[in-house]
Design a protein around this ligand. Structure first.
Ligand code: GUN
Length: 306
């Protein structure tokens, strides 16, 4: 029997687990504060940010949102970050990525006060993560660790293959799985667009984390029996194209009613024939990313007010 890893349920547990810390802060007269900054008119980014704001409201985090014209000068973004850095009611700052091309991503990440960098993307925090002393674990890979833990899959001694090498998911994921710490101790292989014979690598894996951003690039033929599959992909695929290509299956439940479907980096139907446990898209990693952002924000508030 293949276990379907329920990200919504694990995320709800993470949110419930924050109640004590939020209560302790409230007793001392503090409310955790998260500022989100969006400088994009990409509908997916807009949706992500509004979901993050809604999550804040639900758990008792004070959410503020700043929206900047994507055509505005980069200095507007840096000024906004400076203001938020100096605002004691804001404990965490998240600038939704990607930022427009005329804005230098590295400079944005460096501008955020590392103590408020709840994404964990500031070079100081990246360095700490790599050194095994993370301040904030980046939300998506941290969420993946929690999903593995909740499914009783201990990476220790296992062969883990991470497909994708992004700064947001692939690299920190590989680092976390490698750490000599609970949730780590795996033998990690990182695959990417230049990897030769990807299937040979993924077939070796006990755990596959698919985070390449390529719709359904991995299928059951590339996996070994009993593998745990964590699908980080969130790809918007045109419904019309997908049904005309004949790849749509009757069990597809990812239709958004908006002309596109969300599909992962894994072909779910064939992968689930091989996997002992697998995450769905949606309802797998996505809710965990959001829950771990709340976790990091509460941690930031506890440290700044403690
Ligand atoms: N864009 C896609 N994922 C993320 C994330 O985890 N944090 C931020 N800030 N932007 C993103």
């Amino acid at each position: 029997m293949t276990e379907l890893i329920d990200g919504n349920a694990v995320a709800a547990d993470v949110r419930d687990g924050l109640a004590d810390a939020i209560g302790t802060l409230a007793d001392a007269g503090h409310t955790p504060g998260l500022a989100t900054v969006l400088m994009s008119d990409d509908p997916a980014s807009q949706t992500y940010v509004s979901m993050k704001q809604r999550d804040c409201e639900e758990v008792g985090i004070d959410g503020t949102h700043v929206e900047l014209d994507p055509e505005a000068d980069a200095s507007e973004l840096y000024d906004t970050i400076d203001e938020l850095n100096g605002d004691p009611s804001v404990h965490g700052i998240l600038v939704q990525m990607p930022v427009p091309e005329h804005v230098e991503t590295r400079r944005v990440l460096r501008a955020i006060d590392p103590a408020k960098d709840v994404d964990g993307f500031h070079p100081e925090n990246v360095g700490r993560l790599v050194a095994g002393n993370a301040r904030y674990k980046p939300c998506t890979p941290h969420g993946v660790q929690k999903l593995l833990e909740a499914s009783d899959v201990d990476p220790e001694g296992k062969d883990a293959v991470v497909v994708g090498r992004s700064d947001i998911v692939g690299k920190p994921m590989a680092n976390l799985l490698l750490q000599k710490q609970p949730g780590g101790n795996a033998t990690v292989t990182v695959c990417h667009s230049r990897t030769k014979d990807l299937a040979a690598k993924t077939r070796q894996a006990d755990i596959v984390v698919a985070a390449a951003g390529v719709p359904e690039m991995l299928d059951g033929s590339m996996l070994s029996e009993g593998v745990t599959v964590i699908d980080v992909g969130v790809n918007r695929v045109d419904v019309a194209e997908r049904s005309s290509a004949g790849s749509r299956t009757p069990s597809d439940d990812a239709d958004t009613g908006k002309g596109y479907e969300l599909v992962g980096d894994v072909d779910f139907e064939s992968a689930k024939e091989k996997a002992s446990a697998i995450t769905p898209v949606p309802g797998g990693v996505g809710p965990m990313t959001r829950a771990m952002l709340l976790y990091n924000t509460v941690k930031a508030a506890s440290e700044q007010e403690g």
